[in-house]
Design a protein around this ligand. Structure first.
Ligand SMILES: Cc1ncc(COP(=O)(O)O)c(C=O)c1O
Length: 473
């Protein structure tokens, strides 16, 4: 008997890359209690108490993950010194190791989260002139808001393939023809070109290395600075490995460092692929073209950081947070983690699709996006009825929380109308996600009975999805 031959079979299911080392039990609430709470919250999912969610809280994958035992252990070593704490030096070294950018060749600014980094960067850039524009493959909502708050125009050049039914890969790519057209016509008004990996506003879709290289080439041609919004850099690298044949045998870490050679800097929320509950950063390479014309930028950013976040060596973070990021960045680039993480997201998507729920395909890395227009296509509900809000509101009663990112969050003319199911990292088992999918599928069966969501407060406010209140009628 050859024992290896005997166990050489493949199984339908694979184990996760981890086991639970600590769990938290749900509290019990009745549907009636959830109804009262939902009404009190004006049916706004952001205002609904998370304690009442028993199914799955898929509102966001940001800062919502479960820490690993190594992260918890590292927290104990967190050094809460005001200046030059122990973790700061570890974090600098981890950045160097992860992104392959030498500390000596860059300036790094830590912030409590990414939007604070965006605020600093775009406040400074806003001072460069009038009529500025920042193109992207798809700006995230806070990035857009921070850009526009500084009177800069945020432009999205989504891939034309995003909504094509062909399931082509890398639907997160930037439309480079549109980018070049803009650079030709408006060269002096473009301080930066941005690319979001993966493209959260564009269905969580990945960006290919080929597209990153093409954008770099165009930026070189027009002497432009190229930045990444790098929140999900490791998940993006996983897709490059899976979909771009040239990278099939490369390590994730090799793909990451190759990608980051192409940019002049990046902003990052460490609440995503930092696997931490809090944290953000801005890195600028000293070779960035923007510094030739604006060498004062680095010092101005440092002042901004000190005024708003604290000493540069803690940047709005506790020593404990810093230690979780150090450990998180090491874990996130391991292939077993990424296989398990993205495999779970894809299994959830497959299960939803099997139940006929219209979802964007192929699935991205951190979320499954329900196509709201298709979901309600054969009902009387129009975009202006904000049916995505109604769907997410009603699911609260089942203890499930999703996020509308479409007609209400971004306006009725926005090119996509999604309800996003974002999966927190290392938090749920597939059974929890099957429950969410069963609830969504059941709502899909009943779609003709779902009412309109009427905004009774906040319809005309900026960032209205965070603040509005609704009635369901
Ligand atoms: C692509 C992208 N950029 C920026 C941000 C902002 O990050 P933070 O929540 O840390 O401010 C997010 C957060 O969800 C994001 O998904």
């Amino acid at each position: 008997m050859n024992p290896l031959k005997l166990v050489g079979f493949k199984t339908k299911h694979l184990p996760r890359a981890y086991v639970n080392s600590s769990v938290r039990f749900h509290h019990e609430f009745s549907t009636q209690e959830r109804l009262q709470a939902a009404k009190k919250a004006g049916w706004n999912v952001f205002q609904f108490p998370s304690e009442m969610l028993k199914g799955g809280d898929l509102l966001s994958d940001s800062g919502t993950g479960t820490l690993t035992a190594k992260q918890m252990a590292a927290m104990i070593l967190g050094d809460e010194a005001y200046g030059s704490n122990y973790g700061y030096f570890k974090l600098l070294k981890t950045f160097e190791d992860t992104f392959g950018i030498a500390n000596a060749d860059s300036e790094i600014y830590f912030f409590h989260q990414c939007r604070a980094a965006e605020h600093a960067l775009f406040t400074q850039i806003g001072g460069f002139g009038n009529s500025l524009k920042i193109p992207s493959n798809g700006h995230f909502d806070t990035t857009r808001a921070n850009i526009e708050n500084n009177k800069i125009k945020a432009i999205d050049f989504f891939s034309k393939k995003l909504h094509s039914p062909d399931h082509s890969t890398f639907k997160g790519n930037m439309d480079i023809d549109e980018l070049e057209k803009l650079l030709k016509s408006d060269l002096d008004n473009i301080p930066l070109v941005y690319i979001t990996i993966t493209n959260n506003s564009g269905g969580g879709q990945p960006v290919s290395m080929e597209n990153l290289q093409a954008v770099r080439k165009i930026c070189d041609k027009y002497h432009k600075t190229f930045f990444f919004d790098a929140c999900r850099f490791a998940e993006n690298a996983w897709f490059i490995k899976k979909y771009e044949p040239k990278y099939k045998n490369k390590l994730i870490t090799e793909i990451v460092t190759e990608a980051f050679k192409l940019c002049d800097g990046f902003t990052i929320s460490l609440k995503k692929d930092g696997l931490a509950n809090m944290g953000g950063a801005l890195l600028i390479k000293k070779s960035a073209p923007v510094l030739k014309k604006h060498p004062e930028l680095l010092n101005n950013l440092r002042d901004h950081q000190i005024l708003t976040e604290g000493h540069p060596t803690y940047g709005g973070l506790t020593g404990r947070d810093i230690m979780t990021i150090v450990e998180g960045l090491k874990t996130v680039i391991t292939e077993s983690y990424l296989d398990s993480r993205i495999g779970q997201v894809h299994e959830f998507g497959r299960y939803l699709k099997e139940r006929k729920v219209p979802v964007l395909e192929p699935f991205g890395g951190h979320a499954v996006y329900i196509d709201t227009d298709k979901f309600f296509a054969d009902t009387k509900l129009k975009r202006g009825d904000f049916a995505g809000i109604s769907l997410t509101a009603l699911l609260l009663l089942k203890g499930v929380r999703l996020c509308e990112l479409g007609a209400f969050a971004f306006g009725e003319d926005y090119p996509h109308n999604f309800v996003r199911c974002a999966i927190p990292r290392n938090k749920y088992e597939i059974q929890d996600l099957y429950y969410v999918a069963d609830c969504v599928a059941e709502m899909y069966q009943q779609r003709k009975k779902i009412p309109k969501a009427i905004p009774v407060f906040g319809r005309n406010l900026t960032l209205r999805h965070f603040k509005a209140r609704f009635e369901l009628k």
